[in-house]
Design a binder for this molecule. Structure first.
Ligand code: ATP
Ligand code: MG
Ligand code: FE
Length: 334
């Protein structure tokens, strides 16, 4: 089964053709990150407008890269949520119009399911086999910090989440504070290599009611206070970045391992933009008692290939959407 998948939940306009949930026939992503950089974050109205401009050429490119005509496509899949309302509307309206005009079944995919099943694609850097269930997933990006327990395929439960900022958002805000630009994660990781992670004793574990809840606002404030203490004198940016990064990683790893004590799992999956972070990958692998899998970074940030991989599971279960499909910006998984 060949699925044309479309993803516009945030600031990437993406289309891909995926065969049988595993073979990637084409993969196109138009990132708007550079356009949002001057606002220091994602500007929702600009994102929606740019999706409108990009969606047709991106989809055409995905089909032409795959070398396929419409006849060869069996279904259209699209992300219906969670995400930015205006951005989601562009992808969902376009996918519905395509499904109607080309008479193809429509498949609605939760964005987080995409992150969960990106690992099924048979590409370099992915595991040779699908993860065994049950598995635990830590999805960390600019908009999400979620611990998800996958009891079985498409049988998920959200077991941990953030009560304030997402992990990627914390990276972006602290990067701005340190004058490092947007997106902040890669910038912080780069400069942190030259810094001492123990230079500043930032709080790694927040005071929260449930040990599986995440919180980054206290950490962010601690970095702000440390910066203020320099009163305009040159900042030890590398030390601040390294200490901040170490605290974030400590929180992410500690809570994932706590979830592993509560929920039986045979593997840990890390995905989302923040999972590109090498310290997170290596610390998780070093401390976890089960195998840790992280798709290659290009599959961990938003893309449509992962939506096609998840969509195939829905198709196999006979779960199709109607042309009345609406976006759900706050869609929960499971
Ligand atoms: P969504 O939350 O809907 O998945 P998004 O666009 O916010 O969408 P991604 O594109 O998956 O999220 O990831 C972007 C985020 O990942 C940014 O916050 C960025 O700072 C962070 N990030 C990227 N690379 C790294 C890294 N090496 N270390 C830490 N954070 C990173
Ligand atoms: Mg993004
Ligand atoms: Fe995402």
């Amino acid at each position: 089964m060949r699925i044309l998948a479309i993803e516009t939940s945030c600031d990437e306009t993406a289309a891909a053709v995926v065969e049988d949930g595993r073979v990637l026939r084409s993969h196109v992503v138009a990132s708007q990150a550079a356009f949002h950089a001057k606002y220091g974050g994602i500007f929702p109205e600009l994102a929606a407008r740019m999706h409108v401009e990009a969606i047709v050429p991106v989809t055409r490119e995905a089909l032409s890269q795959a070398g396929l005509s419409w006849e060869a496509i069996d279904a259209i899949a699209v992300t219906y949520g969670p995400g930015l309302p205006g951005s989601l509307v562009v992808g969902v309206s376009f996918a519905k119009a395509l499904a109607f005009a080309r008479r193809k079944p429509l498949i609605a995919v939760n964005h987080l399911e995409g992150h969960l099943y990106a690992h099924r694609l048979r590409v370099e850097g992915n595991p040779p086999e699908d993860l065994p269930t049950p598995f635990l997933a830590l999805i960390v990006s600019g908009g999400h910090t979620e611990l998800i327990w996958a009891r079985d395929l498409l049988d998920h439960r959200r077991v941990g989440w953030t009560i304030d900022d997402a992990a990627g958002e914390a990276f972006d805000k602290v990067a701005r504070l340190l004058g490092l630009g947007f997106p902040g994660g890669p910038a912080i990781e780069r400069i942190a290599r030259e810094g001492d992670p123990q230079a500043f004793p930032f709080p790694a574990l927040p005071k929260v009611d449930d040990p599986l809840w995440f919180s980054f606002s206290g950490l962010k404030t601690a970095v702000l206070r440390a910066v203020e203490r320099f009163q305009g004198q040159p900042l030890p940016v590398a030390d601040l970045a390294a200490s901040f990064q170490a605290a974030v990683v400590e929180q992410l790893v500690t809570k994932t391992l706590e979830a592993l004590r509560r929920y039986e799992a045979r593997a840990i999956l890390i995905s989302g933009g923040v999972s590109a972070n090498q310290l997170l990958r290596s610390e998780m692998a070093r401390r976890a008692p089960v195998p840790v899998v992280a798709p290659p970074p290009w599959l961990c940030t938003d893309n449509a290939a992962m939506i096609g991989a998840a969509a195939e599971l829905h198709a196999r279960a006979g779960r199709f959407a109607s042309l009345d499909l609406e976006v759900d910006p706050d869609a929960k998984i499971g």
